[in-house]
Ligand binder design. Structure first.
Ligand SMILES: [Zn+2]
Length: 285
């Protein structure tokens, strides 16, 4: 009798245990869904507000090809498994909303959670768009970042020909970032309006002097424009967002300077050279 009671107790414990595990899994799924929905909504808002056709194409691509996924262990690097039921989407792209508990999955995911990045794209056999919980960003900048990263995913999905025979990894990266920033800065300009244009011109003047003297671009001066960028785009949600806004503004200013000083047929190459040298020197990552 005692034995049966003991077995029953063990059985009950097992049931309670598995109920807890499935509740935990369900919570995680719900949380990941929520993060994904937030990011997509922010991206849609920016695409609509800027009426940017490329951004709309990217958002459509993400909706039609991204599967909700979660980190999984792989000794070789970041890997994810799909947790959404098959829906007949045409291209397999893993959308990975990241939770702080994903630190425990592998050392690679631990680094991804700890790294100061809000979202990133990772190419591979199963390409990933990794999204962190969105509290660190204001809605507009969250949307801008998703479109930037979604642009990378789309370029990889059907844009290999754009890179041609380019083999050098830094040059490939520069070409892809050129397109991603070209789009992002066009949207930022649209959203920022006249006040932002004024700021761009001011920064272009600061950059111009050293550019023409020594052919170098001065580094961003975040403090100089912080207050006015906050006024234009609303308050940043974190120091991290302040940094991202400042960097995009800086890249935008360099592009603006190139547009106003280089011959039309040389502009694209000038922008590419700028990005390549920034990646080579490590001033951008
Ligand atoms: Zn990028």
């Amino acid at each position: 009798m005692k034995k049966i009671a003991a077995l029953l107790v063990v059985g009950l414990l097992l049931i309670v245990g598995s109920a807890q595990v499935s509740a935990y899994k369900k919570d995680n799924l719900e949380l990941r869904k929520k993060i994904s929905v937030q990011w997509l909504a922010a991206g849609d808002e920016v695409a609509t507000a800027t009426k940017n056709e490329d951004a709309m194409v990217i958002m459509k691509f993400l909706r039609e090809s991204a599967y909700l996924s979660q980190p999984t262990f792989n000794a070789g690097g970041l890997a994810a498994k799909v947790i959404q039921a098959p829906t007949g989407k045409r291209y397999h792209l893993c959308f990975v909303p990241l939770l702080s508990s994903d630190r425990n999955v592998s050392k690679h995911w631990q680094e991804a959670v700890d790294e100061n990045q809000s979202a990133f794209f990772l190419e591979g056999v199963n390409p990933l768009v990794v999204l962190k919980e969105s509290g660190k960003f204001s809605r507009t900048w969250q949307g801008l970042i998703l479109i930037h990263e979604g642009g990378h995913a789309l370029m990889r999905a059907d844009g290999e020909n754009m890179l041609g025979s380019t083999q050098d990894p830094l040059l490939r990266k520069s070409i892809e970032e050129f397109y991603a920033y070209q789009l992002e800065t066009a949207m930022v300009e649209k959203l920022g309006g006249q006040a932002y244009q004024k700021l761009l011109q001011e920064e272009a003047v600061r950059l111009e002097k050293s550019y023409f003297k020594q052919k170098i671009f001065l580094m961003p001066d975040y403090a100089r424009y912080y207050g006015r960028l906050e006024k234009i785009f609303g308050r940043s949600n974190s120091k991290f967002e302040v940094g991202v806004r400042g960097s995009v503004f800086w890249i935008n200013s360099v592009f603006h300077l190139i547009d106003t000083t280089c011959k039309r047929e040389e502009r694209e190459q000038c922008k590419l050279d700028f990005l390549l040298s920034a990646y080579k020197s490590g001033s951008m990552q």
